[in-house]
Design a protein around this ligand. Structure first.
Ligand code: BGP
Length: 475
């Protein structure tokens, strides 16, 4: 990889910190949502998570020993502003200051995500959170406070994590807070508010830290058309406009894809865009430094008749292979499985070449540098009696993805960073603690555990990848 390449790992506050009611933290939408029976796997919560709040020094020391170049983590908005705005919580901000200083002490570049889904519950209750445009200024106030506070320490910032996912789960499938079902018009309006919050924060950022780097992280599932039947080729085009470019184009170009907008307008669910909004989105798009990409899998696209499948279906959250179902938009597209690819136990396709595809498409469409802000394998891991974890399947997965990433760089993509999901094991939002992603095993399950840390085989493997700057990757 190019000199200075940022080999990293990523996490999110709610999934690792725990200490949900300590240090003056306010409640988040997730603290409340997980109390609703049936929403999470075996009713798991992040109340303790993997206790990173109390063990961050141990975790960062493990990162340093591995040689990690960057650590991407998120700041919990309600830990910093318990009411969403107003007075800052000194203990909350101190925690992040110490975490950042600890990273810097070891030469690990901190990469901060401002919003990884844990919204102050106070704002949810006051005006419906992202449903109200009022959130834009509250988000910008929060972001601006952090830019000023950590200027000179944090160079890489991510405004929003996976806007496409949290809004879809929050307002369409009811699987994330606020748990609303099939509210399509609201879904697009909420997204518009998120775009404006992102854009305003980017503009403010460039005034405060002009030489810093900022972008959003998108959950990018590149699509493959099922075959060359024109109706399937058209379905792929429509899918891309509605499910990928709807977000990517706004971040990079500052505008919605026209044909998708027209389709949604006809359906009566397009967001209202004022001239002022349009100008702000354009301005921010001219200022973003990179496209953040969370890459896990690709999608197949086929035409879906009017009486075909809907966006609503059972999701595999148990790790029992084959329990996921096909979804789609009636009259437009559906996403059947890919017979050429293996899947994980949670039915996610394993497609290393898709990562190269994603990079190349972003490079040719947007010509922006790329930060791979997440990529990894969720798996059942087993700790042996001598405390080893032989996760050769994870090594194979990551090796193949990094190999393809290196090819994307060779083929012209400007990639700055590669963050695996995740460094330690952590809570999966809907899949409990049994779906593990880390290089470091955390001794806990759905019921609890000692929370002790153990290095997996993949820990030593990544250590070598970093030491050789990718030369140890096998073809
Ligand atoms: C992304 C999220 C992460 C993480 C990851 C793995 O969508 O940004 O927070 O959870 O996916 O997903 P899961 O935990 O569902 O396996």
């Amino acid at each position: 990889m190019p000199k200075g390449f940022l080999w990293g790992s990523a996490s999110a506050a709610y999934q690792i910190e725990g200490a949900y009611n300590e240090g003056g933290k306010g409640m988040s939408n997730w603290d409340e949502f997980v109390k609703i029976p049936g929403k999470t796997y075996k009713e798991t919560t992040g109340e303790i998570a993997v206790d990173h709040y109390h063990r961050f020094k141990e975790d960062v020391a493990l990162m340093a020993e591995m040689g990690l170049k960057t650590y991407r983590f998120s700041i919990s908005w309600p830990r910093v502003f318990p009411n969403g705005r107003g007075e800052v919580n000194p203990e909350g901000i101190q925690f992040y200051e110490e975490l950042i200083d600890e990273c810097i002490k070891y030469g690990i570049e901190p990469m901060v995500t401002l919003y990884h889904w844990d919204l102050p519950q106070a704002l949810q209750e006051e005006y419906g959170g992202w449903e109200s445009p009022k959130i834009i200024d509250d988000y910008v106030h929060y972001a601006t406070y952090l830019f000023k506070r950590f200027k000179g320490k944090v160079n890489y910032w991510i405004t929003i994590n996976e806007q496409n996912i949290f809004t879809n789960f929050g307002w369409m499938t009811a699987m994330h807070p606020p748990g609303k079902f099939n509210q399509e018009k609201l879904f697009y309006q909420v997204n518009h508010h998120v775009f404006l919050a992102h854009a305003k924060a980017v503009v403010a950022f460039k005034e405060i830290i002009p030489d810093g780097k900022i972008g959003a992280s998108f959950a990018y599932s590149p699509s493959y058309g099922l075959d060359c039947r024109p109706m399937n080729a058209m379905a792929k085009l429509d899918f891309d406009n509605l499910k990928n470019y709807w977000w990517l184009d706004v971040y990079a170009y500052g505008r919605y894809p026209k044909t998708a907008y027209r389709y949604l307008e006809k359906k009566g669910v397009a967001p209202t865009v004022t001239a002022e909004d349009a100008a702000l989105l354009k301005e921010a798009a001219s200022l973003v430094d990179f496209m953040g990409v969370n890459y896990y899998q690709t999608t197949v696209v086929e035409y879906n008749p009017m009486d075909g499948v809907t966006p609503f279906a059972e999701m595999n959250t148990s790790g029992k292979k084959g329990t996921g179902q096909v979804t789609g938009e009636p009259g437009v597209y559906k996403n059947p499985s890919n017979p050429y690819l293996e899947t994980t136990d949670w039915d996610w396709t394993i497609d290393p070449a898709g990562l190269r595809y994603a990079c190349k498409e972003i490079t040719s469409r947007y010509d922006l540098p790329i930060v791979i802000s997440e990529n990894g394998l969720g798996a059942f891991d087993e700790k042996t009696t001598d405390n080893a974890i032989h996760d050769d399947y994870r090594i194979a997965y990551l090796n193949a993805h990094v190999y393809e990433l290196m090819r994307a760089v060779e083929e012209g993509s400007d990639v700055w960073a590669y963050c695996t999901w995740s460094f330690t094991d952590l809570l999966s939002w809907l899949n409990g603690y049994q779906k593990r992603y880390g290089f470091v095993y955390v001794d806990r399950d759905e019921e609890g555990g000692s929370l002790d840390r153990y290095k997996k085989d993949s820990y030593y493997w990544y250590q070598e990848v970093i030491r050789t700057n990718g030369a140890s990757i096998e073809e």
